[in-house]
Design a protein around this ligand. Structure first.
Ligand SMILES: [Zn+2]
Length: 264
């Protein structure tokens, strides 16, 4: 008898439920070449996160110029969804998954075909106006929003601190920076989506960044079961019915394939 593969208990758990909600973190995207902020060689070993607080971004054109350079580096090689993102999208298309709550800002769930995605920390695929003097921690601009390529095009034209074309306010990636509040309503959307789950599938999240990590914990308190795929232990492992240690792409694609393929 071959040993049971690591993903098999996960396939069994997914097969037993109808309303999966995925909660994803950086680990689902590392295999797309996006560095985890915390990993060795990651972006934050070359840029100091303390330089990129919301308050400093608002206060300093030099900080903004550095932030745009960092974004350039971050997105140098256009990242693509990997088999883990594709497996999640497949679950939704098959009517087995209600949607995704993600801590990631990379837009790769949507690129893979996921439709209902709540981005807790915003998206780096777009930039927004945050006004000329935004309140500390809260961006409140004029409503201007554009793809991130708009900002890069402005920079290429020589405007290394691009400003809002409508109100001349500060432009920032539509992400949640250090010292910045979550966008209004987002946490509520996440709680509502995850409240539909009979199983929360947490993938590639250390489940340590709050308030984001409280979302799956709340679902478990509400009666959902929890499955975790992560390459390191998490504080919620004891609450989970299935824990798979491993890389997301291999584990998820195998488990979802087995779940969606009728037994013969
Ligand atoms: Zn504006």
């Amino acid at each position: 008898m071959p040993a049971v593969a690591a993903w098999e208990p996960l396939a069994e758990a997914l097969g037993a439920v109808r309303r999966i909600v995925v909660f994803s973190g950086a680990g689902i995207s590392t295999e797309s070449g996006i560095p985890d902020f915390r990993s060795p060689g990651g972006v934050w070993t070359r840029y100091n996160p303390r330089d990129f607080t919301f308050a400093k971004y608002v206060a300093s054109a030099a900080v903004r110029q550095r932030a745009w350079r960092m974004r350039r580096e971050f997105w140098g090689a256009e990242p693509r969804p990997n088999p883990a993102h594709l497996a999640v999208a497949r679950l939704e298309a098959a009517g087995r998954c209600r949607g995704v709550v993600t801590q990631n800002i990379d837009g790769l769930h949507q690129a893979a075909g996921s439709v209902r995605v709540v981005e807790l920390h915003g998206t780096s695929r777009e930039v927004i106006c945050i006004g000329q003097r935004p309140r500390v921690g809260t961006p409140a601009g004029c409503g201007f929003r554009a793809p991130y390529t708009w900002a890069f095009a402005r920079i290429d034209e020589g405007h290394d601190d691009p400003t809002c074309p409508d109100c001349a306010g500060i432009v920032k990636s539509a992400t949640v920076s250090f010292g910045q509040n979550l966008f209004p309503g987002v946490l509520q959307q996440a709680v509502e989506l995850i409240g539909e789950a009979d199983l929360v599938l947490a993938v590639g999240s250390s489940l340590q960044v709050y308030p984001a990590a409280d979302v799956p914990a709340a679902a478990v308190r509400g009666g959902a079961t929890l499955a975790i795929v992560n390459d390191e232990p998490t504080p919620l492992d004891d609450l989970a019915t299935v824990v798979v240690r491993g890389r997301a792409a291999g584990v998820l694609s195998a488990a979802v394939e087995a779940t969606l393929t009728p037994a013969t």
